[in-house]
Design a protein around this ligand. Structure first.
Ligand code: EPU
Length: 421
């Protein structure tokens, strides 16, 4: 992959056929970090082929966990017990999920040095909620020279009420609590399917966690070293699934989305139904029909089970060609509207003020060169290309590769005019 690569999209007509949803980036990265907790060999399946997975593997290698990819979709991680609790800057700054080594390393080693994590380009992403929770469990933090140094001879249980149901903070606190002395409760915990997936792995490893999938998690700490390695199938990626729904929504047609979990997307499917999509829902797949112009809706982003912020660029793109006007309100990040400038280049009528975007639908967009500024914005540019007359050329493809497993190939296979050059 090089930075010169581009994706070229043309509207060729309706989409038809089936597309398989890969495993979730935001789950597998956390499963990988959890392998720091116990020695042994972990076999993870349904693992997407993404740059972020490679970066996480490179980050974990010097800490003490090696990674192999014996076959597509499978990741085998080996923890020999020789763990060095230091996450170097060069890798930590490239990926937000590097912060997920904090809980496992601190609880296992009693100490961790971590460069402040990086991630996407949509505003500050602090870790004060992670830090406050771990301090309540007895950890001490020092910050200097862009690095965090946390120590705790042994963490102890605590009653923690999160000020906001942060995904990353919930994950760090759960993984830290598994070896803490006593009981930890986390109120207002994040309930995302990816958080549930991590808890499911931890329970298989021998952790004592109740309330999984609810906003109150109760973790009864076990002796340090009592957990054992386990295997796990990564939960399917609801955001990648939504991307294929958005693609067919603007291009028209009928798709079978295999390994999509409707129960993880209930609110989104309800709102997409309001917009005019029709669904036939199965246990592990869904069929979607898009046979009319979309209708506009108003949407706020919220923590799960609300409409995820990661769906938002897709929804704004759909609204760009819908009938009427819709207001999208961002409630999670201070700024996540940079791709709106790119949509406007494609002829969309969008005005942003503060946390709101007012989108007045136009019949069609008009192809132009655009840039992907982050993973989800990049996917939205691809969807926008399917809604545009003429050719849309997307640069910044490396962002899309961080979170999408062969988006181009999967869309081309269902009839989209898309190629990578
Ligand atoms: N926040 C704080 N303090 C904290 C933690 C979070 O103020 O200590 C704020 C953040 O700044 C943000 C909001 O709370 O405004 C949400 O943050 P959260 O901790 O829930 O998100 P995250 O764990 O950093 C994960 C995903 C994101 C996704 C969010 C929200 C991973 C690696 N990332 O981030 O995914 O947008 O949850 O659902 O799991 C992506 O995949 O493209 C992506 C950005």
């Amino acid at each position: 992959m090089s930075d010169d690569e581009q994706i070229v999209v043309r509207h060729l007509g309706p989409l038809a056929g089936s597309v398989l949803v890969p495993g979730a980036k935001n789950s597998v990265l956390k499963l990988m970090a959890a392998s720091l907790l116990a020695d042994g060999v972990y076999e993870f399946t349904n693992v997407p082929d993404l740059t972020d997975v490679q970066i996480m593997a490179e980050l974990l290698a010097p800490i003490g966990v090696s990674t192999q990819r014996p076959e597509p979709g499978m990741l085998v991680m080996a923890n020999t017990g020789d763990v060095t609790p230091v996450a170097p800057y060069e890798l930590a700054e490239r990926i937000r999920a590097s912060v997920n080594v904090l809980g496992p390393l601190l609880t296992r080693c009693g100490e961790v040095r971590l460069s402040m994590p990086g991630g996407d380009d949509f505003g500050a992403r602090p870790i004060d909620i992670h830090v406050a929770g771990l301090e309540a469990m007895g950890a001490t933090f020092k910050f200097a020279h862009g690095e965090l140094h946390a120590t705790a001879e042994r963490l102890h249980g605590a009653e923690i009420a999160l000020p906001f149901p942060s995904v990353g903070a919930t994950e760090n606190l759960v993984t830290a609590a598994v070896y803490a002395d006593g009981v930890t409760t986390i109120d207002n915990a994040a309930r995302e399917p990816e958080v549930v997936d991590l808890c499911d792995l931890l329970v298989k490893m021998g952790a004592d966690i109740t309330g999984v999938g609810t906003s109150r998690l109760v973790i009864n700490g076990v002796e340090r070293g009592a957990l054992r390695a386990a295997g796990h199938r990564t939960v399917p990626d609801r955001i990648q699934a939504a991307t294929y729904l958005a693609a067919v929504a603007v291009a028209g047609g009928e798709l079978e989305v295999l390994d999509a979990r409707a129960e993880h997307m209930q609110n989104l499917l309800a709102r997409f139904t309001d917009m005019g999509l029709e669904f036939d829902i199965g246990d592990t797949s869904l069929r979607v029909v898009a046979d009319r112009r979309l209708r506009s809706i108003d949407v706020p982003t919220l923590p799960y089970p609300g409409i995820a912020t990661d769906y938002k660029p897709l929804i704004i793109t759909m609204l760009s060609v819908a009938d009427g006007a819709g207001i999208v309100t961002e409630n999670l990040y201070p700024g996540r509207f940079r791709y709106v400038e790119e949509l406007i280049r494609l002829g969309a009528n969008i005005r942003t003020t503060g946390h709101h975007a007012v989108v007045r639908g136009v019949p069609r967009l008009s192809g132009a060169p655009v840039r992907a500024h982050d993973i989800r914005a990049g996917a939205a540019m691809v969807v926008a290309g399917l809604a545009a007359e003429g050719e849309t050329t997307i640069s910044g493809v490396r962002h899309i590769d961080r979170g999408y497993d062969d988006l181009v190939g999967r869309l081309a296979a269902v009839g989209a005019g898309i190629e990578r050059i």
